[in-house]
Design a protein around this ligand. Structure first.
Ligand code: BES
Ligand code: ZN
Length: 619
């Protein structure tokens, strides 16, 4: 700010060269003030990176990525620039082409180490030669056996929340945006893709060049390498998958272009040109990850009937809420996820109708009740605005941000009306595009642009800063689910089900049915349901997961469900699914069984999932 003020005076004196030098100065100071952040060692107000040029070699034999990360730097007069690094071997560092001194600070279990690099006032480039280690948390190296085709190994990265620093030394804060280029050398029988402009075919030499021209935070840098192929859906959408999955994935996600159009009609142009999805091996720890231009997804959503594609709507929505307008700190995580769930459900409603949207919303409402119950001893974690100082952000990231965040926006929508809400959200995305925002800035923006303008009072502060759910929460209803509940109740009372009703049920209705078994449902009844509807053999991962959960909790052992559960946990690494099942074992004191399964399953899990389960099982 001070610099700009001095500049303004200088400008008045020397009018001729003013514009140019003003631009240069803006570039130099980066014209942005960063707020204090607890999950990165970077001091961006002193010296900040603006562009990454990555040149790496990916070695599947040694399971090491090695190479050089070169950064454009804006130095505001500091003698050092600080990056984040965790479990990296730093080999050499240069500033402006010359070797410079660097120092790795004390290791913190969740944050890693500050990498302090000495620079000069004039420094505008640094280059770090490094190598990853066996402890890297972002990378999951998979054997051929862990893939769909079973013939080639696979590698993928997961950056969010603070894992990018385990495969690239970087200023790993959501507030710091960079553009990037990369040259990646992989074995020539494999293809590499990133959250960037991507190849559509393999190269002969295994060298791939990438370019990401829109500035993004470090947690969105991503890489996947495997024997994959591309199949386009439209000019700007398509899918990557292993050969044996490609057609299935393509059919499942065939509405992707329509989703992008629907999203654009709601909240403005899609700013990332391309929207592709890569379906990864089943150990991928999330349902999806919104890596820009290329969402990473679990194969567990490939149900064969497009029933679980709201996940694509969700990750697509992040192209606005999260990737375009990014939470300034992980305490503001709800700004990413709550807005995204709201946006996701709006896309699903516009594309597939109110019935589908209502079901999604009500499933989320029930998830919220479950989460509130499981967090009843730590009410602070049920606030939208979190306080994760001194904690690993991963710990505080539960479904509150998603489902309470959604409920807040839905309640607000009902208060102000849909038209006002949409105008407001559209302008919010536009105003903050390619930037970050925090909870307090959001509240100010909301007050000025929606509430005060329309003379509306709303208990925003209670929603955001208090635990639990305020009394004015919107009532979420689904007629379809009400019917499901009636069928369930009738079954419990009479042991009969009118099959003519259930034939038209969607997987969501079955999920609701299974999840809401009453306390006193009998084992005979579970057996009868299983024999009639084949839950144990369901091919829909969501139905399987809730059925397995119920089986564990109720002690049902029919139709070899136990071996199915074990097989599921040994192949699927999606954290939400895996955690739900291990929690069920824990709740019913079946820890021994859980440990037996976990012993063989753990090596298949990404660190994100194994860390959670280690903690859950007290390992
Ligand atoms: N960005 C999240 C995944 C994430 C969150 C990774 C926090 C690391 C830390 C992603 O968009 C997401 O929310 N995925 C959900 C799917 C969704 C449909 C709710 C998931 O993985 O289940
Ligand atoms: Zn999300």
């Amino acid at each position: 700010m001070k610099n700009l003020f001095i500049l303004a005076i200088t400008c008045m004196a020397t009018l001729t060269s003013c514009n140019k030098s003003q631009e240069m100065d803006k570039e130099k100071t980066n014209a942005k003030t960063y707020m204090e952040e607890f999950h990165s060692y970077a001091q961006p107000n002193d010296a900040v990176i603006t562009h990454l040029d990555l040149d790496i070699d990916v070695n599947f034999d040694t399971q090491v990525i090695s190479g050089t990360a070169t950064y454009d730097v804006v130095n505001n007069g500091a003698t050092a620039i600080i990056l984040d690094a965790k479990y990296l071997e730093i080999i050499a560092v240069k500033a402006d082409g010359k070797e410079t001194r660097f120092q790795l600070g004390t290791m913190d279990e969740s944050l890693g180490q500050p990498l302090r690099i000495e620079i000069k006032e004039s420094t505008n480039k640094i280059a770090i030669t490094y190598r990853t280690t066996a402890q890297t948390e972002a990378l999951q190296w998979l054997t051929a056996q862990q893939t769909a085709d079973k013939t080639n190994p696979f590698l993928f990265t997961q950056g969010q929340a603070i894992l990018t620093r385990t495969w690239i030394p970087i200023q790993d804060s959501p507030q710091i945006r960079i553009t990037y280029e990369a040259k990646v050398q992989v074995p020539s029988n494999l293809m590499a893709v990133m959250s960037a402009e991507n190849p559509k075919e393999k190269t002969a030499d295994g060298i791939y060049h990438f370019k990401m021209v829109q500035p993004i935070p470090a947690y969105l840098i991503a890489l996947a390498i495997g024997d994959i192929e591309y199949k386009a859906i439209s000019d700007r959408t398509g899918v990557y998958a292993e050969k044996s999955m490609l057609d299935k994935v393509h059919t499942e996600f065939s509405d992707m272009e329509k989703m992008v159009v629907t999203a654009e009609n709601l909240y403005g142009a899609y700013d990332w040109e391309q929207f592709d999805v890569i379906v990864l091996p089943p150990s991928f720890p999330f349902g999806g990850m919104e890596n820009p231009r290329l969402t990473f997804a679990t194969p567990t959503v490939i149900a064969g009937d497009k029933s679980l594609t709201s996940l694509v709507a969700h990750e697509l929505a992040h192209s606005w809420s999260g990737n375009l307008v990014t939470n300034a700190t992980w305490n503001d995580f709800w700004l990413n996820e709550g807005f995204t769930v709201y946006f996701e459900i709006r896309i699903m409603e516009a594309l597939y109708g109110k019935k589908r949207a209502d079901m999604l919303a009500l499933i989320g409402r029930q998830d919220l009740e479950d989460e509130l119950e499981s967090l009843k001893d730590s009410p602070n974690d049920t606030k939208l605005k979190l306080d994760l100082k001194g904690r690993n952000p991963d710990e505080g990231m539960n479904s509150i941000a998603y489902d309470k965040g959604y409920l807040f926006l839905r309640t607000l929508e009902e208060k102000v009306g849909r038209e006002q809400m949409d105008g407001f959200l559209k302008s919010y995305f536009k105003k903050n595009a390619f930037s970050t925002t925090n909870t307090e800035d959001f509240i100010t923006y909301l007050n000025t642009n929606l509430l005060e303008k329309n003379n509306i009072t709303f208990n925003t502060e209670e929603w955001i800063y208090q635990p639990g759910v305020p009394d004015n929460a919107a009532i979420i209803e689904s007629d379809a689910f009400t019917r499901v509940e009636k069928v369930l109740q009738a079954f419990v009372e009479t042991n009969t089900i009118d099959a003519s009703i259930t034939t038209t049920w969607t997987p969501q209705e079955w999920v609701h049915f299974v999840r809401n078994f009453p306390e006193d449902i009998t084992l005979e009844q579970l057996q009868q349901l299983d024999d009639t509807f084949y839950f144990t053999d369901s091919t829909n991962s969501y139905i399987s997961m809730v059925w397995y959960e119920q089986s564990i909790i109720k002690g049902y052992h029919g139709n070899k469900v136990d071996s199915k559960i074990s097989e599921f946990l040994n192949t699927v690494g999606r954290r939400w699914y895996v955690t739900t099942l291990f929690k069920a074992f824990k709740k019913t004191d079946r820890i021994e069984e859980a440990l037996t399964i976990y012993k063989t399953a753990r090596p298949n899990y990404h660190s994100v999932t194994s860390n959670t389960i280690d903690e859950l099982l007290g390992l």
